[in-house]
Ligand binder design. Structure first.
Ligand code: NAD
Length: 509
């Protein structure tokens, strides 16, 4: 199939999906049933391509969350007892169905979020991989340690914490939801999922797939709605024992406050302003590919995007010239066209936010070396943008823009690079480009970030810990780290009958 045939096929599928999936509207999935909101309220979402109406979605509030939390609580009483092998079987079935419907997932995700289809295909595949990875870990999820001591055998076990709330953002909603829901199910938890109000579509597909795979009713529940109502009440509900949240740093603060009365355990994956540091001894061709990929892929709406590039002085002009050239060539357009590299931003409000930084950059004295303008008159398209001549105290270097917008800052030496890299409120990811192995290690140790890649873009290996420091988050996902969040560790101490217990209240002879 040629690229243009593939684009036509995607549009044909999109037209079918509009009729079959979007036209009837989107509902909640609670206790194994597709239901409207108790209030009957709905809200509309719009296509990022032209901001025309896309789908009507049930608008959940406290009553719907309460129904879902109770369903999750009831289902937890049996799901927690289901053996790991059975959980593994069901989760592999979910992965099979995701793979089978990957094209449908990718097209719907592109329609809903504006993300380019070329990346959404791999996001669907990664969703399946997340389920397979945690499926295989389900049988050992409860394993603990043996900690014997004199006169005692101690052993620990892990038990699922209970029903959990999963709250996800709009940037890659399908993949991110699976990243949270898969380990929760493997651990034996039940779930109430509240997806982002700007991108509700793919969550319904995931609910449908899990139901079809035979997940017992009530184990996974889905409630649509706004953060300040449905999201807030989910974080406050007494039957919800933990909240896994991916989104903005300020929302994380709200959630912590909201969950205080019920002492919620929280796991936060928040914003970033991640540095990519390019030393003059690096493989600059490879570094260029990685820098361009890590900021302009996924519309720059990516928590681990390398949104600040710190470049050693001697190579700054030439390297920024090469970035600008690449950025200028990036194909911006129809997200369903496989040729497209950058699609429209998710929502007009987000579009306005990203556009506002073009003025802020100029006001603060930076140079717009490439882009800095919208594309076309309709929809939320912007040109991939590069700011040069920037200082790290400028707003374009300190604030998360979350668009295809890169800020380039020069540095003299390693010490200055480290100081600039760390001089932000965030600390999610960092990227280092150098062929000096000792410097790479030194720099990685000093860099304030939860994840660091040396001579590479973000390449995930699922057993490794994923998460941030500072304002970028609390807790880690990945491998066994996710089970630490979704499970309680219990220690059981058994006396061998040989230890002495102090005797109180014994009559003196
Ligand atoms: P957001 O914080 O506005 O919304 C995220 C979710 O939280 C949505 O479902 C929203 O409805 C809900 N929400 C909002 N207010 C709430 C409240 N008071 N109580 C409970 N829920 C509430 O974030 P966004 O704009 O959708 O997503 C973009 C952000 O997500 C960026 O900052 C990005 O860096 C971050 N992100 C982080 C990671 C990571 O792994 N660290 C991954 C992806 C995205």
């Amino acid at each position: 199939m040629t690229q243009s045939e593939a684009a036509t096929a995607n549009h044909d599928l999109a037209a079918q999906l509009r009729e079959s999936r979007l036209k009837p509207g989107i509902r909640h999935f609670i206790g194994g049933q597709w239901v409207d909101s108790v209030s009957g309220e709905t809200f509309d979402t719009h296509s990022p391509v032209d901001n025309a109406f896309l789908v009507k979605t049930a608008r959940g509030d406290a009553q719907d969350i309460d129904r879902a939390a109770k369903a999750a609580w009831d289902a937890f009483q049996t799901w927690r007892e289901v053996g790991g092998a059975e959980r593994r079987r069901i989760m592999h079935k979910i992965a099979d169905l995701i793979e089978k419907r990957a094209q449908e997932i990718a097209v719907l995700e592109s329609m809903d979020t504006g993300q380019a289809i070329r990346f959404m295909k791999s996001a669907a595949a990664r969703g399946a991989e997340n389920f397979r990875f945690y499926a295989d870990r389900a049988p050992a999820a409860q394993d603990g340690q043996s900690l014997p001591t004199t006169g005692f055998i101690n052993y620990s076990i892990r038990q699922p914490i209970g029903p959990v709330g999963v709250i996800t953002p709009w940037n890659t909603p399908f993949m991110l939801s699976t990243w949270k829901i898969a380990p929760a199910l493997a651990a034996g938890c039940t779930v109430v999922h509240k997806p982002a109000e700007w991108s509700p579509v793919s969550a319904t597909l995931l609910a449908e797939i899990m139901d079809e795979a035979g997940l017992p009713k009530g184990v996974h529940n889905l409630v649509h709605g706004f953060g300040e109502s449905a999201g807030k009440t989910l974080t406050e509900h007494p039957l919800i024992k933990a909240v896994a949240f991916v989104g903005e740093t300020t929302t994380g603060s709200h959630i912590m406050r909201q969950g205080a009365d019920t002492l919620k355990r929280v796991h936060f994956e928040l914003g970033g302003k991640n540095p990519v540091v390019v030393f003059d001894d690096a493989d600059l061709d490879k570094a260029l590919d990685a820098v361009v990929f890590m900021i302009y892929s996924l519309n720059g709406e990516r928590c681990t995007s390398s949104s600040r590039v710190l470049i050693q002085e001697g190579i700054y002009d030439e390297f920024t010239r090469r970035i600008a050239e690449r950025a200028g060539n990036i194909r911006v357009g129809d997200p369903l066209d496989p040729e497209t590299e950058v699609g429209p931003l998710v929502h007009p409000r987000h579009f306005e936010k990203v556009m506002s930084y073009f003025d802020k950059a100029r006001e603060d004295g930076a140079t717009v070396a490439e882009g800095g303008i919208r594309v076309g008159e309709t929809g939320n398209f912007v040109r991939p943008t590069l700011f040069t001549g920037a200082r790290n105290d400028m707003r374009i270097a300190q604030e998360e823009i979350f668009g295809p917008v890169l800020t380039a800052i020069p540095f003299k030496d390693e010490a200055e690079a480290l100081s600039i890299a760390n001089d932000v409120a965030y600390g999610l990811a960092g990227y280092i480009w150098t062929n000096d192995v000792t410097r790479a290690h030194r720099f990685a140790h000093g860099l304030e970030a939860g994840m660091i890649w040396v001579n590479s873009e973000n390449v995930r290996h699922l057993p490794t810990p994923f998460g941030g420091v500072k304002n970028s988050g609390i807790g880690r996902d990945g491998g066994d780290y996710s089970f630490e969040f979704y499970m309680e560790t219990k220690n059981i101490a058994i006396s061998l009958g040989t230890h002495k217990t102090a005797k109180l209240g014994v009559k003196k002879e």
